[in-house]
Design a protein around this ligand. Structure first.
Ligand code: SF4
Ligand code: ZN
Length: 369
């Protein structure tokens, strides 16, 4: 990876900018980050060494452009065409442009841009739902070959599934905020976004916890040095079909406390065996119902990315379906939220047995009432 900063300085335009590290860093050396200036590195990708070879080579990996500014900033309109000319020359490199100004993307776009250049990835940030709903439809409508999303600093739970469903988003990254004034990031937001990516087979990268991280309702202050390491250790980054979610460590809930929590949920405690469910159990016997439960779990919940996840369990029609809703064993999101079983992994034998057991225990208790 290499960084190319053709200009420096920026203006805050959205909530994600509040604690911008460019401002923080410039302030610490008495500089005004609000003054935008062209840098000596403007033509970095074209610079050559004494042997006459380009300084930046494909071996440097992705070239991140404008990491101390925004590529689509107004002040840079007059400089941007020159950058596109440079990018056009270096087709051997892979350029990555992260922006909070996707709505200015078309300003000074080169005439031969066509439907995008294959060696350029455009990444729109969305730190909250508002920015996601404003910026992502714009990004999807633009001629871009490679589109990515970054939610960093992630400021709230965001729902971007309708944009992921387009099949046009290649990658999603999220992370908490660093620095002394960091706003908190909650693991539940990370998990929610990750599940949306899993359902749409989009790779997901949990980059860093940020300085203030909430897990299971507890707030942790994470040292700068550990913020990325902790995110890696959590195992929450996801690449479809790689089995990477096996790295997530978790402990199944205590059954007594689970029952208590379920009984406190208005939605879960609304479910009871119907007369039809009871007649079915009477006719088939609990053993057969148990084998159906195991079967449903294995087929509809166990795959890494189950079909129609979230709506695979009918609301009625079988005592096991009723029990699945009552016990939050209905989909992978509920299994993660209520039972801590991570999404994005193939369920193993122990997990299938545990879920079947939770379902059957509920059925037996209800049946005997
Ligand atoms: S757009 Fe980026 S660089 Fe510019 S102020 Fe916002 S966070 Fe800072
Ligand atoms: Zn569910």
């Amino acid at each position: 990876m290499a960084i190319w900063n053709p200009w420096h300085g920026c203006h805050k335009i959205s909530p994600g900018c509040a604690n911008c590290y460019v401002y923080r860093r410039d302030e610490s050396i008495g500089k005004d980050a609000g003054i935008v200036v062209k840098t000596g590195d403007y033509d970095l990708p074209l610079k050559k060494n004494r042997q006459g070879s380009y300084k930046l080579t494909a071996g440097d990996g992705t070239i991140f452009a404008c990491m101390t500014s925004d590529f689509f900033l107004e002040e840079a309109d007059e400089w941007r065409r020159g950058c596109w000319d440079i990018i056009r020359v270096r087709k051997d490199l892979s350029f990555h442009i992260i922006t909070k100004r996707i709505d200015r993307f078309e300003k000074e776009l080169p005439p031969d841009w066509g439907d995008g250049w294959d060696h350029v990835t455009i990444c729109s940030t969305c730190e909250d739902q508002d920015r996601a709903d404003y910026r992502l439809p714009i990004m999807l409508s633009l001629p871009i070959r490679h589109r990515e999303i970054i939610s960093e600093p992630m400021l709230e739970e965001i729902h971007i599934e309708k944009y992921l469903e387009s099949g046009l988003i290649e990658h999603v990254t999220c992370g908490g905020e660093s620095g002394p004034k960091a706003r908190p990031c909650d693991l539940r937001w990370v998990q929610e976004l990750r599940r949306q990516c899993i359902r749409n087979a989009v790779p997901f990268y949990f980059k860093q916890t940020g300085a203030v991280f909430i897990k299971d309702g507890r707030t942790y202050h994470i040292d700068r040095k550990l913020q990325m390491a902790q995110a890696v250790k959590s195992g929450y980054s996801y690449t479809p079909g790689t089995g990477c979610a096996e790295a997530i460590r978790y402990v199944l809930p205590d059954r007594k406390s689970l029952t208590e929590r379920l009984s406190k949920s208005d939605f879960r405690s609304r479910f009871h065996l119907s007369a039809e469910d009871r007649a079915y159990i009477e006719e088939k016997g609990l053993e057969t119902v148990s084998s159906h439960a195991k079967d449903f779990v294995a087929k509809r919940l166990a795959p890494e990315n189950p079909e129609k996840d979230g709506s695979q369990t009918p609301m009625k029609g079988h005592p096991v379906f009723t029990a699945q809703h009552a016990t939050a064993c209905c989909c992978r999101a509920c299994l993660e939220k209520w039972h801590r079983i991570p999404s994005g992994k193939q369920l193993n034998g122990t997990e299938i047995s545990y879920i079947t057991d939770v379902i059957m225990q509920w059925i037996e208790n209800e049946y005997r009432k």
